[in-house]
Design a binder for this molecule. Structure first.
Ligand SMILES: Cc1cc2nc3c(=O)[nH]c(=O)nc-3n(C[C@H](O)[C@H](O)[C@H](O)COP(=O)(O)OP(=O)(O)OC[C@H]3O[C@@H](n4cnc5c(N)ncnc54)[C@H](O)[C@@H]3O)c2cc1C
Length: 472
């Protein structure tokens, strides 16, 4: 366990001041996730900033037609609030179904949202209700807050003061829980606004909370279980792990959504006999465990050139604080990965192997071997294969690029305790962020990415050398 100091501020301003003074400090709410991660050595904050003495974070009140819940309200306090029961009873159902009484009396809504566990209940409730997360800097709509597994839009020094829930006509939350923890194997929240707009959000699928937009459209145009008869949730969007297959999880999504709606309409909720979840072919073991593909609006030559530019890589790799060339084709990068209460800085060696195209029309390929060390937390390794295929757009006549990649990451040490499910989902999430930023760079976006890193740039000579070396 690391040496971590303990701070106990007494006002909202003091909390913000602590976070500004100690960038590696972590807020301590009920400690239900944070202390476990700390004891396992999965995070090493310099300070705990305990929120329990900060006034105004425990309020539940009506506010301009909305309902305000302070960040430090515990699940038990929310479940017992008469205001919640009278205004949004769904929140009571959700809060009283969380874990066991001990955890409900200590765990908080703010901690649960900041943590954004992929099987937690609050993210689903907040997203379906179209609630807003109020921080010390701004108001973040739920759609923009949850960025994927254990990731949120909170920036350095930013923290949650509370959540504002709008009034809705009707809402309900149902989960099929894991027997041991009561976390959601799958949880579904359905909310219908006063104007009849329906939102359906799902937790437990493995990648973080998400919306089921097909169901939302169907239920908005026709409110009733029958509106869902032609829909099946895509099993590929659901994770397979020791608890359940993606196929089973997808089936639960449909079942729980139907049951939730049936509570309001009184219809029978049984699945129609023909409706089974869509299941696509699983990857064969010889393929990388993780795969992805992105269509990029630029020619393969341009994509290739940008992809091999270390300054571009540094800009696009999430959390990349520095990248240096150690020898031809070898870089060293400092990459900070944060996962809820867990944070690790990897010193990563990257070796690049390019494969010259066999013929003028054949795809461009390269292989990256990454080896990362996160001190006492452990090590990670991955081989990533990248291939660029030419795509002709018949309408615009432009030549675009389909970038396909596959990788098999391996972790050892403490960080491996996170398990493959978490690791794979994190890798997929980071890849998605990478390609979003990369697409931005290709389309000329010069906004600096939202991350803390030294604006280190490779010297012009090295950059030129790179461009020349990989020139076709
Ligand atoms: C065995 C077990 C079963 C559980 N089952 C369920 C379940 O069924 N459903 C469910 O939804 N949840 C479940 N949980 C989660 C639990 O209810 C807590 O909500 C969650 O662990 C967060 O705990 P906490 O509020 O004590 O926050 P902490 O552990 O203190 O903090 C968690 C993270 O949030 C950050 N943080 C805390 N407060 C803020 C804030 N105001 N602003 C910004 N960042 C903040 C911390 O720095 C830390 O990174 C379970 C937890 C356990 C241990």
């Amino acid at each position: 366990m690391s040496n971590t100091d303990y701070l106990r501020p007494r006002s909202i301003a003091e909390v913000s001041q602590c976070l500004a003074s100690f960038p590696e400090a972590q807020l301590l709410a009920g400690g239900q996730s944070l202390l476990a991660a700390w004891r396992l050595g999965l995070c090493k904050p310099t300070h705990f900033v305990d929120l329990q003495d900060v006034p105004d974070l425990n309020d539940i009140r009506s506010e301009d037609g909305a309902l305000w819940i302070g960040a430090m309200c515990t699940h038990a306090q929310i479940a017992a609030s008469p205001l919640i029961v009278s205004q949004i009873p769904m929140l009571r159902v959700l809060a009283q179904g969380i874990a066991d009484a001990q955890i409900r009396n200590v765990g908080t809504i703010g901690g649960a949202l900041a943590n954004n566990d992929p099987a937690a209940c609050w993210p689903a409730g907040v997203l379906a209700m179209d609630a807003s997360i109020v921080t010390n800097h701004r108001v973040i709509p739920a759609d923009a807050f949850f960025e994927g597994l254990f990731s949120t839009a909170l920036q350095n020094g930013e923290w949650i003061l509370g959540v504002r829930f709008p009034r809705v006509a009707w809402a309900h939350y149902l989960k099929f829980e894991q027997a041991a923890s009561r976390f959601a194997l799958v949880g579904v929240a359905v909310a219908r606004s006063t104007r009849g707009q329906v939102r359906v959000s799902i937790t437990g699928l493995g990648q973080g909370v998400t919306r089921w937009t097909d169901a939302e459209t169907a239920l908005t145009s026709q409110w009733g279980v029958h509106a869902l008869n032609e829909l099946a949730f895509d099993a590929e969007a659901a994770q397979t792990d020791v608890h359940a297959s993606g196929f089973y999880r997808a089936h639960l999504v449909s079942v729980l959504t139907r049951r939730a709606v049936a509570i309001d309409t009184g219809e029978p909720s049984l699945m129609p006999p023909t409706r089974t979840p869509v299941l696509r072919e699983a990857p064969t073991p010889s393929q990388g465990r993780l795969r992805g593909s992105s269509l990029l609006q630029a020619s393969p030559d341009r994509v290739w050139q940008q992809l091999l530019d270390p300054a571009v890589l540094q800009r696009c790799i999430p959390g990349c604080a520095a990248m240096t060339l150690t020898q031809p084709e070898h870089y060293q990068a400092l990459i900070k990965v944060g996962l809820g209460p867990i944070s690790a800085t990897f010193t990563t060696q990257i070796a690049l192997f390019t494969e010259p195209p066999q013929a003028s029309q054949s795809p461009m390929r390269c292989r990256l071997v990454l080896t990362g060390e996160a001190g006492a937390l452990g090590e990670g390794k991955a081989t990533v294969f990248v291939q660029l295929d030419t795509v002709h757009d018949p309408q615009t006549k432009h030549i675009n690029t389909r970038l396909n990649w596959q990788a098999t990451p391996e972790l050892t040490g403490k960080i491996a305790q996170l398990g493959n499910r978490l690791m794979d989902a994190t890798a997929l999430n980071l890849s998605q962020q990478f390609f979003n930023r990369f697409s931005g760079v290709l389309s000329g976006d010069t906004t600096p990415p939202n991350q803390k890193f030294s604006l280190y740039a490779l010297t012009t000579n090295v950059k030129q050398w790179f461009l020349r070396f990989f020139e076709r």
